[in-house]
Design a protein around this ligand. Structure first.
Ligand SMILES: [Fe+2]
Length: 277
């Protein structure tokens, strides 16, 4: 039995702070960045076009792997919810996890706005779980936390790993798992790695996933340059890693995908890049 997943990420719905209290130091930097770059890169019309395109496609499950907003402002979350709404009608067909931009403040003020607007697509437990079909199961991780001024990192908690282990052990050896997490585990060969921008515990997390052969697919965003990678294992099938970031940004020269359609077959994972023209 096959199933089709649509994977999008890093939509960066944006708004401008309107009250002085919203302009803490990090948001001032974020706002300058936004004014210069992101508003041009992520016009709202592209987000509307993305929703229309996905609505016209056949799919079983939609994964949004974080950075829904730019500055974690309530107006941004409300706008995102309104624009994405046509895709969110069947809650059990949608998985949404937070990214670092959805937990932007370095001092926690008030409620978690990701949870308020999109928490129903993650759930209340340590990890999100969605059964895709009899063969495939999707797990969502929340590794996003607040950072200081210069940092946009994340951390996979040990409790998240434990909950994932328990979930895998509670299924048959034949069940295959997909993990959705905001941060990448691999990078292009010539990539200039910035440790203040990535998972703090990237290497142990990557090694742990590779040691779990039932995890076949890892979906993420965070770096706005899409790719499909594969990591080999000695005595088990490869791990496929898919980056579907900046799904509604304006196209840049040489870009070949805005997001991915992923077809899960009995043993195979087929990843189709889709360009939003
Ligand atoms: Fe990010």
């Amino acid at each position: 039995m096959s199933a089709t997943i649509i994977h999008i990420s890093d939509l960066h719905f944006h708004s401008y702070p309107q009250k002085f209290v919203e302009l803490n130091a990090k948001r001032i930097l974020g706002t300058i960045n936004l004014l210069i770059r992101r508003a041009r890169e992520f016009p709202l019309k592209r987000a509307e076009l993305l929703v229309k395109r996905i609505n016209e496609m056949e799919w079983d499950h939609l994964v949004i792997s974080g950075d829904i907003t730019q500055l974690s402002l309530e107006r941004e979350f409300a706008l995102a919810r309104e624009i994405l709404d046509p895709l969110l009608i069947k809650k059990d067909r949608v998985t949404i996890i937070p990214g670092n931009h959805d937990r932007y403040l370095n001092t926690h003020v008030g409620e978690d706005l990701f949870n308020k607007y999109f928490g129903e697509f993650f759930g209340i437990n340590e990890i999100h779980t969605s059964k895709i079909n009899d063969d495939w199961f999707l797990l969502g991780w929340d590794s996003a936390h607040q950072n200081d001024l210069r940092t946009s990192s994340g951390t996979v908690k040990s409790s998240t790993i434990r909950a994932t282990e328990n979930m895998i052990q509670s299924h048959s050896d034949k069940t295959k798992f997909i993990v959705a997490n905001h941060f990448p585990l691999t990078f292009p060969e010539d990539w200039k790695f910035d440790r203040f921008h990535e998972l703090y515990n990237l290497v142990p997390v990557r090694n742990w996933i590779l040691q779990n052969p039932q995890i076949r697919l890892y979906l993420h965003g965070h770096i706005h340059s899409n790719w499909v990678h594969s990591l080999s294992r000695d005595f088990a099938p490869d791990l496929t890693l898919v980056n579907s970031a900046a799904s509604c940004s304006k196209l840049f020269k040489g870009q070949n995908s805005s997001f991915h359609q992923i077809i899960l077959e009995d043993q195979n994972v087929k990843v189709n890049p889709i360009l939003l023209n």
